[in-house]
Design a protein around this ligand. Structure first.
Ligand SMILES: [Zn+2]
Length: 96
């Protein structure tokens, strides 16, 4: 057992883990993140789905912003389509 070696390996593992889990929520408030996590628990991660524009989806976009627990109310969208959709529907407002 070489403690230094073990600690170094552990550190590298942590670094890699952090990088994968980095969500980078730009401009989203805390409440939104909580609701988003809830639907991820139901539907799973939107990653692996493809947005209607052909890009990789990263969010579940709620079609009516009621945040129901009905999985059919959510569509996998990429960041830009999600934001565009929400602005179009009046769900979000420009922040200063
Ligand atoms: Zn898109």
């Amino acid at each position: 057992m070489v403690p230094d070696e073990a600690r170094k390996r552990q550190g590298e593992k942590m670094k890699r883990f952090k990088g994968e889990k980095c969500w980078n929520w730009k401009g989203d408030n805390v409440g939104y993140g909580g609701r988003h996590r809830r639907i991820i628990r139901i539907k799973g991660s939107p990653k692996g789905f493809i947005c209607s524009c052909g890009k990789k989806a990263i969010h579940w976009s709620n079609i009516n912003h009621k945040y129901s627990l009905n999985p059919d109310d959510y569509i996998a969208r990429c960041m830009s389509c999600h934001e565009r959709y929400d602005f179009k529907m009046g769900f979000r407002h420009h922040k200063k």
